[in-house]
Design a binder for this molecule. Structure first.
Ligand SMILES: *Cc1c(COP(=O)(O)O)cnc(C)c1O
Length: 811
């Protein structure tokens, strides 16, 4: 994309020191957890909640060699060969580059601002436009000083139009955003009272937002949101009820699920637009989008088709089915008085249950004064609620003024405890909270799980298991987690992310591809690759993955690859074969290895390891000791020969429990993390994954009928047979047919009957009270199931097909 020296010219820097000015930069980095290709990243040490300068070492280790910094006392001798650019203000520097990049593109850029609805309008417009043109949108709601810069960096010549969201919370901020975005068209969504803290008056606030439109040709807006001053703007194209509005609304009729909006466009076209929402905010946002499309020349019947498929936005109000017949309105994205009112409005429209409750956190981003308080009190009192739960220290102050039962919680943790012991049923519950309260944790715990065949992954169980093993190892022993084979079937970065959060030391994958995927998912922990192949060295190095070196051949190939890149000390891991006889150096091979290593500083050994063949089995006790002793001997020789010490490890899951004397410097935790241990001892594990499906059909059949292919399932009595949507193509082994496999329905174990089909199989549910659509647990006891067919849980777990949807729960 750009070289460091090109970018350097666009940054107002005090000084620089760039030994590698030709390095190519693809990404702007500011968070070490998000660095993907270190060498092609330009890292900005931003000063925010944390000082980005503290992460330079981490970034350097991730391969970053180009930094924009403001600290003058930085000791850059620790970062050989890296480019450093010193500036006054690192945020301003990232913005300068965003503006520079944006200037390469001539296509229309629509700048979107307003108090509410920015993200919704952006996402909806995107979904309506992107069917016909190549459209870019800022990710999520990246609308801040940093977010906009990152958004703009994503612009590319392959687009024809871009939608960029801009948000401000204080006077003076929009100027910088405008200079970066330089929008050619503008959209103003609404004028609520969010972020009032930074503004003296509503008038000032709208003027500040209007600065985004300095150079735009047209501004789309609802006229009702504007003041005199803005309404005089000749570039304005409005929707509203005024005659002069380009899109004039003449009537609105609300039905149970839809709203009919009668309109006149451009004084000539009459149309009745059917909007698939009934809440005011959604209708407003739809009309803003429709206005833009109509002005772009799209016909109303086409607009109608696009509007038909709009759905509620994930990150805004989310309506979900909960357990015990509850409905949840999940609005845990932000919380201000205006959006609370909108959410209550939405709650009022829910008529599926008589009982209505609200869980409400502190209000964020605006003054907490008497005026705000009474607005909230009035809004809640007006809605006929039968219970309110207040979360947070501030919001509790209004408790006494509410006319319904009130519960008060200090924080979300306390609320979670409460929710776990208390059952709500037959109610609609609005969960409305400021971002920082993370009330989505509550809504997730109340939600009913999906109805297809899914593998539910309980990330809390994963944490629990990790902690169980942690308790078994000394605190100075490092932990490497095995996330190979899609984390034993349970997921890639979703799992790795939790492990990273819990600060484990290393991750291990089988193949480079798996490591690449983790990096893409934002995983920055060091990653070892068990089976690196020469053809994948490119990706391996690009993603800072560390190879297992198991033979001189692979070592030589790797060293010559690294030499060509001109790199030194690339981390590698030496695998020693102590008896597994799979991959690894035999003791006899070591002298050649040492000789070669001493001559090559392209690589540096960070660890050496071996693998036990039967750590959990007492019958292999002697062999295990032999392996451990052999490994210790080889590792000691290695260290003596290369002249520095390395991390030594040999224990897998069973080894951790059965051979504490062999924990050495690090242990490699695999299946135990996922809740299974072939030889458990003093440890309580929770299974991480649960495979679930549902009953598609129930049949009442006479004895003598047969079930399935080849008439294998023979009925010896009148029976009730259920068909479930899981077959061998999903990973349900054919050997589990004809009664070998058992599934669990409502606490009853029921056998399979007949052969397993590709996508389905049948269960004998005679005598068990169930109905179609009921949930079925496929492997109620996976250990036993594996034994029954001469298998191991490893294979059953990793065999669950990728077409089975993974759903993650983290409460
Ligand atoms: C898979 C693997 C492990 C983990 O084994 P578990 O029995 O799942 O704990 C450890 N080390 C190596 C080299 C492996 O391939």
């Amino acid at each position: 994309m750009y070289t460091v020296s090109q970018l350097l010219q666009k940054i107002s820097s005090n000084r620089n020191l760039c030994p590698q000015p030709d390095l190519e930069i693809y990404s702007l980095a500011y968070d070490t957890r998000k660095i993907r290709i270190g060498i092609n990243s330009l890292f900005f040490a931003l000063i925010g909640q944390r000082d980005g300068h503290q992460y330079i070492t981490d970034a350097y280790h991730l391969g970053v060699r180009s930094f924009v910094v403001s600290a003058t006392d930085l000791d850059i001798r620790n970062f050989p060969n890296a480019n450093f650019i010193w500036v006054e203000d690192t945020l301003a520097a990232i913005q300068q580059l965003a503006a520079f990049h944006r200037n390469h593109f001539e296509y229309p850029i629509i700048g979107i601002t307003g108090s509410n609805g920015k993200t919704v309008v952006k996402e909806w417009l995107y979904s309506m436009l992107s069917q016909d043109i190549h459209c870019y949108q800022s990710p999520k709601s990246y609308n801040s000083q940093l977010g906009v810069a990152i958004s703009l960096w994503g612009l590319d010549e392959k687009f024809d139009l871009a939608l960029i969201e801009a948000g401000v919370s204080m006077v003076g901020e929009m100027q910088a955003l405008e200079e970066m975005i330089k929008p050619t068209l503008g959209i103003f969504t609404s004028m609520g009272n969010a972020h009032d803290e930074g503004f003296i008056s509503a008038d000032l606030k709208i003027r500040e937002k209007w600065k985004l439109f300095q150079d735009v040709a047209k501004i789309y807006a609802p006229s009702s949101a504007l003041y005199e001053e803005q309404l005089r703007d000749p570039r304005l194209i409005c929707w509203g009820i005024r005659e002069e509005d380009m899109l004039q609304i003449t009537d609105i009729i609300k039905h149970t699920r839809t709203t009919e909006v009668s309109l006149v466009f451009d004084n000539s076209i009459e149309f009745v637009l059917v909007v698939p929402f009934i809440d005011t905010a959604s209708i407003d946002n739809v009309l803003t989008c429709a206005l833009v499309l109509a002005d772009l020349g799209i016909d109303w019947p086409v607009i109608q088709k696009k509007v038909d498929v709009l759905g509620p936005l994930e990150m805004r109000l989310k309506l979900k089915k909960g357990r015990n017949n509850i409905s949840i309105i999940d609005d845990t994205y932000s919380n201000d008085v205006a959006s609370l009112q909108i959410a209550l409005d939405f709650l009022a429209q829910q008529n599926q249950h008589n009982s209505k409750k609200v869980i409400l956190s502190d209000i964020e981003g605006q003054r907490w004064d008497e005026q705000s308080k009474s607005l909230i009190v009035d809004a809640l009192n007006r809605h006929g609620l039968d219970e309110v739960v207040l979360v947070g220290n501030r919001i509790q102050e209004i408790g006494a003024r509410l006319n319904m039962p009130v519960k008060s919680m200090v924080n979300t943790d306390e609320l979670i405890k409460f929710v776990s012991t208390y059952t709500w049923h037959d109610a609609t519950i609005l969960i409305k909270g400021a971002r920082m309260f993370q009330l989505e944790r509550i809504s997730n715990s109340l939600v009913e799980k999906s109805h297809e065949t899914v593998l539910e992954i309980n990330l809390n169980a994963l944490e629990h298991n990790l902690n169980q093993y942690r308790a078994h190892v000394r605190s100075d022993v490092k932990i490497m987690a095995m996330v190979k084979a899609f984390s034993y079937g349970s997921g890639s970065f979703e799992v790795a992310n939790i492990l990273q959060f819990h600060k484990i030391d290393y991750l291990t994958v089988a193949f480079v591809d798996e490591g690449v995927e983790l990096r893409r998912g934002g995983i920055s922990l060091p990653i070892m690759v068990l089976s690196p192949h020469e053809s994948s060295f490119d990706d391996l190095v690009r993603c800072s993955l560390e190879p297992e070196i198991y033979s001189l051949r692979i070592l030589k190939a790797f060293v010559s690859y690294i030499r060509e890149l001109g790199l030194k000390n690339y981390p590698i891991h030496i695998k020693i074969d102590t008896g597994m006889h799979r991959l690894g150096f035999m003791e006899n091979d070591l002298d050649d290895l040492f000789f070669y290593l001493k001559q090559h500083d392209e690589v540096r050994v960070v660890s050496t390891f071996s693998h036990l063949v039967g750590a959990g089995s007492s019958s292999f006790e002697d062999f295990t000791h032999q392996q451990i002793n052999l490994f210790r001997r080889c590792a000691a020789k290695l260290e003596a020969q290369i002249g520095y010490s390395v991390v030594k490890h040999i224990c897998n899951t069973s080894g951790i429990i059965h051979h504490p004397e062999a924990h050495l410097d690090m242990v490699r935790l695999g299946i135990g993390l996922y809740g299974y241990d072939m030889a458990p001892k003093n440890i309580r594990l929770n299974p991480v994954s649960k495979l679930k499906t549902t009953i598609s059909q129930i049949k009442y059949l006479k004895s003598s009928e047969t079930i399935g292919y080849d008439r294998k399932g023979i009925l010896s009595r009148d029976s009730v047979i259920a068909t479930v949507k899981i077959g061998y193509a999903d990973g349900y082994d054919r050997r589990l047919g004809n009664g070998v496999g058992k599934m669990r329905i409502h606490g009853h174990e029921v056998p399979t009957i007949g052969n397993i089909c590709m996508d389905m199989c049948m269960l004998d549910i005679t005598g068990v009270q169930v109905s179609e659509g009921d949930e079925v647990e496929v492997f109620p006891n996976i250990m036993q199931t594996a034994i029954d067919i001469g298998n191991i849980p490893y294979e059953l777990l990793t065999g669950i097909s990728s077409r089975v949807k993974r759903v993650y729960f983290y409460e």
